[in-house]
Design a binder for this molecule. Structure first.
Ligand code: NI
Length: 255
């Protein structure tokens, strides 16, 4: 069996004492690739250190909607510069989060549009974070005529939202939330989404799947998301691992 963790944050503080152990454990178990997500332009430097150290570890570059207020005159240039690097495979994570609103809405909207434009300019897919803002995010993607789609990571929207995203060419990524007992609606959405348009992720250190909910998440736990998805879709877990891995490689153009 093999899996790809399509979204992790391994430079964050919860990994400061055993980061390499966690990554090595993942790669020596069933994890073939890890995609590191980037939340801000300080983090990209740390992400790149990891991508240099591990063959099958890649990174995105961008600014998270929580941190959209950090956007300044040089952000675009900095993102474009990093986008040319070999192990940088996506723009993000970007998007809208109207649940927390850690950055003002207007700024989130502007910074999301900017990063969509960058993705078109450098021909890299988008990693989208979206919470309580699906109508707005989908509308903006339509307006900006996104040519190279990407993935809605840690999907929490409705079936209608998911169908709209698929229409725009996007993939849907499931996190540990899918395993939660109270995620009935999400499980129903997952049932309807073709496996060919599906990715799986951990979002480590967050959103730890059952049976480890409450503990720190790690890339190797992505298999519990795969097991849940297999159960929901009545498939075997090997197939879920194989197809979601192929999808991830296709979206991010990696081998
Ligand atoms: Ni993330």
């Amino acid at each position: 069996m093999s899996f790809i963790d399509s979204h992790a944050h391994l430079v964050l503080e919860p990994f400061q004492n055993d980061r390499d152990k966690v990554i090595n454990e993942a790669f020596s178990s069933e994890i073939t690739h890890i995609i590191q997500s980037c939340d801000n332009l300080d983090e990209i430097k740390q992400n790149l250190v990891l991508t240099e150290k591990y063959n099958n570890l890649y990174s995105s570059v961008g600014i998270h909607p929580h941190e959209a207020s950090l956007w300044d005159d040089v952000s675009k240039i900095t993102i474009l510069e990093h986008s040319k690097k070999e192990k940088v495979i996506a723009i993000g994570e970007t998007g809208l989060d109207f649940f927390y609103n850690y950055s003002p809405k207007e700024i989130q909207l502007k910074v999301f549009r900017e990063q969509i434009k960058i993705s078109k300019e450098c021909s890299l897919p988008l990693i989208i974070h979206c919470r309580d803002a699906f109508n707005e995010a989908l509308q903006i993607l339509k307006e900006e005529k996104t040519e190279i789609p990407g993935v809605f990571h840690c999907f929490t929207g409705s079936l209608d939202n998911a169908k709209e995203a698929l229409k725009l060419g996007f993939y849907i990524s499931w996190s540990g939330i899918l395993t939660f007992k109270n995620a009935k609606d999400l499980k129903e959405v997952a049932q309807e989404i073709p496996l060919e348009k599906t990715l799986i992720e951990t979002d480590s250190p967050f959103l730890t799947p059952i049976p480890f909910r409450g503990k720190r998440n790690e890339p190797k736990f992505v298999k519990y998301v795969a097991e849940e998805l297999a159960k929901i879709k009545n498939l075997n877990v090997e197939e879920v691992g194989q197809i979601t891995s192929e999808n991830t490689k296709k979206v991010f153009n990696i081998n």
